[in-house]
Design a protein around this ligand. Structure first.
Ligand code: WT7
Length: 635
């Protein structure tokens, strides 16, 4: 069976087969990749133990599939086009041949610095091609990459480095984003005070901002590359990896505790991202694919990099931000490189929509053939604007639902094949078996229903474990409903069987398509010396989708409230990063708690949404009077 479905009838047939004979289905998909040795068994699974194994005992290296196997036919085609933050700086085009040479070189550099198969490497870099080289070089030599988004604080990086016990960090002096020069190496230096496991830091020069270089620990990327050149650039062989060897760790927030290290493995993740990229985007040879996500998030991992490269695509990597030097930057990039497929987030669409038609003037968007949306529910207004102003009514929009834990796209139209409806992720991909369950865990059959979204059968991209704590993986995803993977999302299925994701049903806020745990933000706020207690909820935000609303009880603070508010924001920035800063902070004297001490977030959510009537039953509260105070002070 070929990888790609060509029409809706075929979709229906293939979908049916994938449910009737899932193992045969996935085995046939897997035949489209290069294996050094085939599997003994397609699938072993036990959801009750959170155990899934795909393609047991198969051997492969994902970089051979992303790079080497394309060299003969596509060697001179650009693999990566890089657009710098500053439009005046020269862009870069890296062909598949060049990518092969670069990844080999960086792989050897990592080996020279003591990195071995199975070692964890933390990557904290700006969106420059060397970031992609570093990630792929880890995969080449069998090291496990843990990319941390450049917006996270030193404390967040330290937590992630410690959790994974990383030995090596790859970073840059600094990075450019819009008018900002982000001091990456300084942040790493602060983080490493707490990280004795790290023996080596490799620093790429990008901004050439002054940095401290510690003897014996820190070295320059460029010097290390020179050493590889002096060795005569030996070919870095692709390490044979077991299908279930770990490929990477990516941290993501949940409703409790610190972020979890989601683990993906080599074989299944490769099959999942390559297959979904080809089908969802209906990628045609030669097309330019522009995914606007940062490689620090799963979308950047799975589609900007792995999925696109697995299909021999040309992938566009953009260092900057959509609104600098002006709000026409995306459209200028589409015009400049004749982008065919644009994959972005509703929050970006809504923000650019706000600038009106002016930024679109003089930009030729006629190269676009397909559009994609990811990360959060897309409202109808944004969908229509995207469709009309950007797609000119002729580009199918794929609203792709998936998660860090799913590895790849799960529910989405196939571009130009599945009839679309604004706001609907539509239908599951073949191989994916979603279901809706009620609060008793019973599956809700039929159409025109809603419930909590689960997946009842494994797929190759499923999370394998949470790094260092398998029990946490089991309780988080596999214990809420028996024998099902629970997504944490609410969802409806309409009369046509189309799925519409309505948002998280747990204590996770989706801010601009990024997951933030309320508990994490509360912990950060509570670190402020004047704070006694806090409660954080999400509320609808015109651009970000959801904003962060914090209710804070202060101790006997002598400070001005506005200053304290700013100090709290600074504290959160220090502990997590600027992305977790509350949009609103309301000081309160108490929180609505039940007699057993549980905060009634339902009430806080309603008030944050601007609802002051219909707060539901408040009679079980310890002190119902706090509700009146909270309502009166609502921001
Ligand atoms: C959560 C996953 C998937 C990569 C980016 C985010 C929400 C994601 C959609 C969509 C409605 C969506 C869900 C999901 N979400 N895509 N098309 N429609 N909601 O990855 O950080 O792991 O977050 O994002 O709530 O659970 P993530």
């Amino acid at each position: 069976m070929s990888l790609r479905i060509r029409n809706f009838e075929e979709y229906t047939q293939v979908y049916k087969k994938s449910v009737d004979q899932p193992e045969e289905f996935w085995a046939e998909i897997a035949e489209n990749f290069k294996w050094q040795k085939k599997w003994d068994k397609v699938l072993d699974w036990d959801f009750r133990k959170a155990d899934t194994k795909w393609f047991s005992n198969a051997k492969l290296n994902i970089t051979e599939n992303c790079i080497d196997r394309h060299l003969e036919k596509l060697g001179d085609q650009p693999a990566i086009i890089w657009e710098p933050n500053d439009p005046e700086e020269h862009y870069r085009r890296i062909t598949y041949k060049e990518l092969h040479a670069k990844v080999s070189q960086v792989g050897t550099m990592l080996k020279n610095n003591g990195v071995k198969k199975g070692d964890r490497v933390c990557i904290y870099m700006p969106m420059v091609p060397e970031l992609a080289f570093a990630v792929l070089a880890c995969a080449r030599i069998g090291a496990i990459h843990s990319v941390v988004f450049g917006g996270f604080s030193a404390q967040s990086i330290a937590d992630r480095i410690q959790d994974a016990q990383c030995e090596v960090v790859i970073t840059a002096d600094g990075g450019f984003r819009g008018t900002k020069d982000v001091p990456l190496k300084n942040v790493i230096d602060d983080a490493l005070v707490q990280c004795p496991s790290v023996g080596r830091v490799i620093v790429l020069t990008r901004s050439r901002t002054p940095v401290s270089m510690i003897k014996g620990r820190d070295c320059w990327w460029e010097d290390e590359i020179k050493k590889v050149e002096t060795m005569g650039n030996p070919e870095c062989v692709a390490e044979p990896m077991d299908a279930e060897d770990e490929l990477f760790i990516l941290y993501t927030s949940g409703s409790t505790g610190k972020p979890k290290g989601v683990v993906h493995t080599c074989g299944g993740y490769m099959v999942c991202t390559g297959y979904t990229f080809a089908n969802v985007f209906q990628y045609e040879p030669g097309e330019v694919f522009f995914c606007t996500a940062d490689i620090g998030w799963i979308t950047g991992h799975s589609y900007l990099m792995y999925g696109a490269l697995l299909q021999g695509a040309t992938t566009l990597m953009f260092e900057g931000v959509p609104t600098w030097p002006d709000a026409g930057r995306f459209w200028e990039i589409v015009d400049k490189y004749k982008v065919n497929i644009l994959y972005t987030a509703p929050t970006a669409i809504r923000s650019l929509m706000g600038f009106g038609d002016e930024p679109l003037k003089g930009k030729d968007l006629s190269s676009l053939t397909k559009l994609g949306s990811v990360g959060e529910p897309i409202n109808e207004e944004a969908w229509n604007w995207f469709n009309e102003k950007i797609g000119k009514g002729k580009c199918p929009i794929v609203d792709t639902w998936w998660q860090t834990e799913t590895g790849g796209i799960m529910i989405s139209p196939l571009a130009g094949i599945t009839p679309t409806k604004p706001g609907h992720a539509t239908l599951p991909l073949p191989g994916i078996q979603p279901c809706l369950v009620d609060e008793n865990g019973l599956e809700i059959e039929g159409n025109g229903v809603s419930g909590n979204l689960c997946i009842k059968f494994p797929w190759p991209g499923i999370i394998r474990t949470t790094y260092g704590d398998h029990e946490r993986c089991r309780t988080t995803y596999f214990s809420t409903y028996d024998n099902k993977y629970f997504t944490g999302d609410g969802c409806s299925r309409d009369e046509d069987g189309y799925y519409r994701i309505t948002g998280r049903v747990d204590d996770v806020i989706n801010v601009s398509g990024h997951r933030i745990g309320t508990a994490e933000v509360e912990n950060a706020i509570n670190m402020h010396a004047d704070v006694i207690e806090s409660a954080v909820v999400g509320y609808p935000h015109d651009i970000k989708g959801q904003g962060i609303y914090a209710y804070v009880i202060l101790g006997s603070s002598l400070h001005d409230h506005d200053l304290t508010r700013r100090d709290i924001l600074q504290t959160v920035t220090r502990i997590i990063g600027a992305i977790a800063k509350p949009d609103k902070i309301q000081f309160v004297s108490g929180l609505p708690k039940t007699r057993s001490g549980k905060i009634m977030r339902r009430i806080l959510r309603k008030v944050a949404e601007g609802e002051t009537e219909n707060l539901g039953d408040t009679t079980t509260l310890l002190d119902p009077a706090v509700v009146d105070e909270i309502k009166a002070g609502a921001l």
